[in-house]
Every structure is written in structure tokens, then in C-alpha cells.
Design a protein around this ligand. Structure first.
Ligand code: XMP
Length: 519
């Protein structure tokens, strides 16, 4: 296994993904616990990630230099390279200018020529890498003096030490980012490093055989035991439930809590896909009353989230108690795993964001078969399992559901109005063929009443906002420039088909400063 020490790079997870794709296990750790992890697990190689800090500043993150005394190969990437140099006696300075984007790396050996391999060939680390290649840079500082025992193997126009190595100790440093697709031969460099670590490269393809193995592993881990799973109908929980169902059949009970806060048609889709088509053991719990009661008079968005989380746990706990399950299956995916603490495959429940913190006394063993995968990979697994597009391609939906799209107190009446308006937004955007281009598109019940006129009479009615967003991740987003005639159609349909509404507005705010959801 590779231990990836995270110094706060935007691409730490991408490094992990690349390593994993090459067939190695990888665990991300904070620098503070690195040595402890290396002692506890069988670590074959260490990667030091990039990061936003400067190694020569006082508060910058560092790592116990003991990691260089353990005889384990180390690869430092960007900040990781600078830190390795800093800790081993080299020198790092602030560059004259920051450098982002492509740069041409040229291989050459300078410094102590004697440490080159006798054949004069490149070190194993650079096997298969041409003399010149384009690499992606993103840094301000640079190494100006390498530590003793190191040799410089590559430079760029602005960087004297773009590739360095101490072959004897198996320490390697690169100033560029091999994990991003824009770096040519980035995968080859990582592959070379893994081979140096003694890891057998086996490129992982997600195909039928891979999914069969995944199912077999789950079956082997669960044996004849019973498991329970919270099925929300979202991509991750749907894929994980189906995987585990294929592994242990009726020994899995999937619990769908119908909170009454879901979009129109959710419960019916779930019933038809999972109960009727896959013949899964799905317990659909009608908890509408409990949720509405918990949300009564609650106006503050954070309080709403808390009330929903608490009610969810109570309902789920009640069902779980009746099932006598030993395992709890969750659809945690890789980006959810900030730092994997505890053992790799299972841990006792303490709290978890997906289910909102299940009580400890449930004493279930957690199983997270998707914790090594990214969303696109989870979708691929889902497709191989035969899940329909209406599940696989669905837009993200917040855990607290429509409750965070109703400003102010949530009531049954408001939910009803919102659901009708939301359905129209969905239908029209999908009819216009824009669904796949957008991250999310939905209606918001604003809680603002305005004056209108209907049939020559004054009509004081509700305002619905439309939100349509373009994004590639949840960090930033821009509002979608929907065609006016489409907005016209949506607005006309809403005011005609939802009698309580007399005004429709379009949210034209980007994220940041706004968030995607209104609450
Ligand atoms: P924001 O509103 O924070 O949303 O820009 C970013 C993405 O996350 C979704 N979202 C949530 N998902 N529980 C969730 O599981 C939540 O409490 C929650 N709040 C927002 C949101 O729909 C968007 O895709």
C-alpha cells in the first residue's frame, strides 16, 4: 500500500485515484499521523502531496523527518518535493513569479554524475520518459539547492530542479504534477515509482469481471449475516444497495424512509426499480407525519437540517432494531473519505454524514464497498449492474431534500406547491434537451407573496424561483443561461398549473457568492 501524505493540495485525491488505477492500495493521511500509520500498516511507498504553503514559512505543514529513515521509497510532488529538500538539507526559495500551466521538462543529469547508474542510463524512475515532455506546473516556490546524495535529472526554463532523485535511498522529487491529465507521461512516472516500491502494476478496468469480483468480495465478507442499508434513491446508495443485494440477496434489507420531502414520483420510481424489477427486499417506511411534526415551526435552515437528521435516525433505528442486522451498508464514495481513519474495510459506527450520525448503541459494523471510487466510477458500476439511466444520471439532490428549498417553515401545502412547480421545471428542461448539460435544475418556494391579477381580480400569491446551474463539481458554479423562450414556457406553465403561484423569478447568481441551494 502507498501512504499519501496530504499537505492540502487540490489534487491529493487525484493522486490517490491514479495510484489506485495502477493497481495499488492507497491511503491518505495527514502529516501528523504519518509515522504512526507507517508503523501500523504495511506501507511500501510514501508520496508527499503538493500544497498551498511555503516550506520556509514558520506555520507551514511538515512531517516527522523519521519517514526518511525507514527505508521506504518516497516521492515528493511539488510542495512534497520542496519539503523533502528542506528537511534533508536542500534549499527552497520563493520563485520570482508564480507558474501555472504547461512547461517543457528537459531531462539532463547534473550534480554528482557518479551516482548515475553505471550504464549511464536514466534511473528506473524515468524509464520510458522521453528527453522532452510537457508537464503541468502550479507553484510559487522552487528548490534552488538539492540535498546531498541527490542528482538533478530534469529542468525547465525557469526551474533548475524539476526532477531530482537520490537513487540509493529511493527518494524522488518532481516539481510538476504527474496526476493531472495535462502532464505527458504522468502515469508512467507514477507507474515507475510504484514499481520501485515493489508494487505489481495491474491497471484496473471497471468491467463485468471487476464488478463480479466486487460482489464476490462483499459475499465473502458478509457470509450468512444480515445487513441493512439506507436507500435514498440517489446514485451512490442505489448502486451500493444493488451490489450488496447481488451478493447476499434477501439477507439485505434496504430501508427507504419516505420523509414526504421528496420530489414528485420518487417513491414510485424506487418501488418500480428496486422492489418490482430487481425484487429487492426494500422496506418503504412512511414517515411523512414524523418529519412534518419535527419541522413544525422550524424556520432556521440549520435547525431544519438537524431536525431532519434526528428524525431520520429515529425512524431508521426503529426498523434496524427489528431486523437484527450485523452490518450497515453505506454508499460512502471516495471524495467523502477525507482521511480514512481506523481499519480499511469496517469500523464501528460513530457518526456519519450520510445518515446523519447513527447512534453508537446500534453497534452495527459499517461496510462501505464504494469508498474507493469516484462518482464517474460508481456510475460505471451502476451501468454494468444494469441500473436504468433515470437512476444513474440523476442530478444531485440534497439530503434534507425539499425542506431546504422551502424558505421558512415547511408545511404539507408548501411541499405540494413546490413539487408541482419542480416537476414542470424538470419536464421542460429535459424536453429542451438541456438536462445532461446542467448540474442541477429545480424550483424553490421562496415564501414571498406578491400581488398579481387574475380574471380582473387582485390575487395575492406565492413566488417560485427557478434555479438552473452549470458546474463540474460542487465547489463553484454559474447560473445556466437558459433560453428566454424556455423560461417563458416554464413560467407560463407554473402560473397556469399551480393555482397558488402568481410569480416566477429566475435566480441569476453564481456560486460563490451564492450557494446552489437556497438554504
Ligand atoms: P450548496 O448549496 O452547498 O450545494 O452549493 C452543493 C451541492 O450539495 C448539495 N447539498 C447537499 N447534499 N446534504 C447533501 O447530501 C446537504 O445537506 C446538502 N446541501 C446541499 C446541493 O444540492 C448541491 O448539489
Amino acid at each position: 500500500m502507498i501512504l499519501l501524505i496530504d499537505f492540502g493540495s487540490q489534487t491529493t485525491h487525484l493522486i490517490a485515484r491514479r495510484v489506485r488505477e495502477l493497481g495499488s492500495e492507497v491511503e491518505i493521511a495527514t502529516p501528523e499521523v504519518a509515522v504512526q500509520k507507517i508503523r501500523a500498516e504495511e506501507i511500501q511507498g510514501i508520496i508527499l502531496s503538493g500544497g498551498p504553503a511555503a516550506v520556509f514559512e514558520k506555520q507551514s505543514p511538515t512531517v516527522n523527518p523519521e519517514i526518511f529513515e525507514l527505508g521506504i521509497p518516497v516521492l515528493g510532488i511539488c510542495y512534497g518535493q520542496q519539503l523533502m529538500c528542506h528537511l534533508l538539507g536542500g534549499e527552497v526559495v520563493a520563485g520570482r513569479k508564480r507558474e501555472y500551466g504547461p512547461a517543457v521538462v528537459r531531462q539532463q543529469a547534473t550534480g554528482d554524475k557518479r551516482s548515475l547508474r553505471p550504464s549511464g542510463l536514466r534511473p528506473q524512475f524515468l524509464e520510458g520518459i522521453p528527453d522532452e515532455f510537457t508537464a503541468w506546473m502550479s507553484h510559487g516556490d522552487q528548490v534552488i539547492k538539492i540535498p546531498e546524495g541527490f542528482v538533478t535529472y530534469g529542468t525547465t526554463e525557469t526551474i533548475p530542479h524539476a526532477i531530482i532523485a537520490n537513487e540509493k535511498r529511493k527518494f524522488y522529487g518532481i516539481q510538476f504534477h504527474p496526476e493531472v491529465v495535462h502532464t505527458e507521461f504522468g502515469e508512467q512516472i507514477l507507474k515507475n515509482f510504484l514499481e520501485i516500491c515493489g508494487i505489481k502494476i495491474k491497471k484496473q478496468e471497471i468491467d463485468g469481471e471487476f464488478v463480479e469480483n466486487l460482489i464476490k468480495n462483499i459475499r465473502d465478507s458478509l457470509g450468512e449475516e444480515k445487513a441493512i442499508c439506507a436507500l435514498s434513491g440517489g446514485v451512490d446508495s442505489s448502486v451500493v444497495a444493488l451490489l450488496v443485494h447481488k451478493a447476499i440477496g434477501k439477507n439485505l434489507t434496504s430501508v427507504y424512509v419516505d420523509s414526504g420531502l421528496m420530489r414528485e414520483g420518487e417513491t414510485e420510481t424506487l418501488r418500480s426499480v428496486f422492489q418490482q424489477h430487481y425484487k429487492m427486499n426494500v422496506d418503504i417506511v412512511d414517515a411523512k407525519k414524523e418529519f412534518l411534526k419535527a419541522l413544525k415551526k422550524v424556520v432556521d435552515p440549520e435547525q431544519k437540517r438537524k431536525a431532519i437528521g434526528k428524525t431520520f435516525i429515529e425512524v431508521f433505528d426503529n426498523v434496524a432494531k427489528k431486523i437484527y442486522a450485523k452490518f450497515l451498508v453505506q454508499g460512502t464514495i471516495y471524495p467523502d473519505v477525507i482521511e480514512s481513519a481506523g481499519s480499511k474495510h469496517s469500523q464501528k459506527i460513530k457518526s456519519h454524514h450520510n445518515v446523519g450520525g447513527l447512534p453508537e448503541e446500534m453497534n452495527l459494523i459499517l461496510i462501505e464497498p464504494l469508498r474507493n471510487f469516484y462518482k464517474d466510477e460508481v456510475r460505471k458500476i451502476g451501468r454494468i449492474l444494469g441500473l436504468p439511466d433515470e437512476i444513474i444520471e440523476r442530478q444531485p439532490f440534497p439530503g434534507p431534500a425539499l425542506a431546504v428549498r422551502i424558505i421558512g417553515e415547511v408545511t404539507e401545502e408548501k411541499l405540494e406547491i413546490l413539487r408541482k412547480a419542480d416537476k414542470i421545471v424538470l419536464e421542460e428542461i429535459e424536453k429542451a434537451g438541456l438536462g445532461k448539460k446542467l448540474w442541477q435544475y429545480f424550483a424553490v418556494f421562496t415564501g414571498i407573496k406578491t400581488t398579481g391579477v387574475r380574471g380582473d381580480q387582485r390575487f395575492y400569491g406565492e413566488t417560485i424561483a427557478i434555479r438552473a446551474i452549470e458546474a463540474t463539481d460542487a465547489m463553484s458554479a454559474s447560473f445556466a443561461k437558459l433560453p428566454y423562450d424556455l423560461l417563458d414556457k416554464i413560467s407560463t406553465r407554473i402560473v397556469n398549473e399551480v393555482p397558488e403561484v402568481n410569480r416566477v423569478v429566475y435566480d441569476i447568481t453564481n456560486k460563490p457568492p451564492a450557494t446552489m441551494e437556497w438554504e
